[in-house]
Design a protein around this ligand. Sequence first.
Ligand code: ZN
Ligand code: ZN
Length: 104
Amino acid sequence: MFLFIGGIQPKTVTLDHTPRLCPHCGLAQARLKRVDDYVSLFFVPVFPLRRGQPVLMCDHCGAASSPHEPYSPHVEEKPGEKCAHCGFPLESTFNFCPRCGHRA
Ligand SMILES: [Zn+2]
Ligand SMILES: [Zn+2]
């Protein structure tokens, strides 16, 4: 019989090393981290079991807060040009409408 010393162990991953402003202490020492649950064997994380949510963890005061806008890149809505002939949305680089060939 083998003696297994296994279990589940949390592992903190730093997602972004850029220091951010901590909402608790106001210092720019918070970093975006994520705590994953790992299946460990002999106290060594072997493979990830569950991915945690990204949190802002402060190196200074240790506070964990949810990041304001972690992965929602703001999509810029530009009032794009439209083809005068068929209304197809045109990129400003287009000289001709790709749909109907109308000159923009
Ligand atoms: Zn702090
Ligand atoms: Zn057109």
